[in-house]
Design a protein around this ligand. Sequence first.
Ligand code: SF4
Length: 369
Amino acid sequence: MNNKVRHVLGISGGKDSAALAIYLKNKYPELPIDFYTCDTKCELAETEQLVERLRAYLGHITTLMAAQGSPEPTPFDHMLKARGGYLPSPQARWCTIQMKLMEFEKYVGDEPTVSYVGIRGDEDRDGYVSTKPNIQAIFPFRKNIWSIDVVNRALHNDNLQLFNKLYKEASTEEIYTEAKKFLETPLSKTFYYSKKLNALLDIDVKTFNHAVFAFLKTTELPVGQLDEFPLIDNDDVLVKADIFRILEESGIGVPAYYNLIDFEVDGNHGQYCRSRSGCYFCFFQQKIEWVWLLEQHPDLFQRAMSYEKDGYTWMPGERLEELARPERVRQIKLDHIKKTEKQKACQKSSLLVDIFSDEDEIQCANCFI
Ligand code: SF4
């Protein structure tokens, strides 16, 4: 293993990054991974418990924290004050940038770094691509472990012949015969990146990975600076059920905020939980999660409410004070029961936690660097 290249993995306090840390530690003990977490001081106690259990399991997790030394109670309060109370939102994600991304990039510095990210094989989203060329993200749970910038470079028409040659060298005759027509076809409006990528991955994941690794050796990217990279021989694809299994089998367990809690409204029965880690006031949460916060962590709900001043709100069109009214809570719960029933009828999985967390999986993507 080349010691000039660092390997890092961010623990968000959610299930996917926790499972990835456990998976990589057990499957690739030779990878010298530095585990880190960004402490915002705005996490739920359940998230902090998970991070502590992981700390014991992994041996060490570095804690990063923005605005250290500030007289404000949390880094968030410090940043918010500097912005005159202007709350973050999906359109103005200053919280992620200031509390997490900047701390992460400071931690990494200028060293070539491979960052492992827990995006699952059943998720349809791209992960964080650093603007810093010395940081390269790898997605071990997906069929395509490479980030979009790497795929775009390797499959670019300018590199058609080079990639074809590298693929041929990495492949058996049989595999190459099957892949040749795709390798030789330039990208076009009808044969675009994802089509070419999927065609090659469907033929053989490992051969594709070996070809990309050889291609990276012609670039300045961190993985290309490694003498060997065991992930290129991994064609595992891990989905949500695998994540729960890894957490249970390791003894770490699923974060407690996933535990389903029964509720009853007008004789109708439902269940709720929180579907993500992150700040307790995160504006990505669903209305039913705000109700969960109100009933399960009333002190934190009150604190979130206290930030809604001078016309700033966490959700467009509704203040937390309004959401907390009994008739509004009742309506949100009834809507949630209806929505859950509908989704249960359409889904293959009968596990309520699957249905609930799939409801609206808008990820705080960069909070899972
Ligand atoms: S969890 Fe939500 S509120 Fe916290 S930093 Fe991420 S996006 Fe912002």
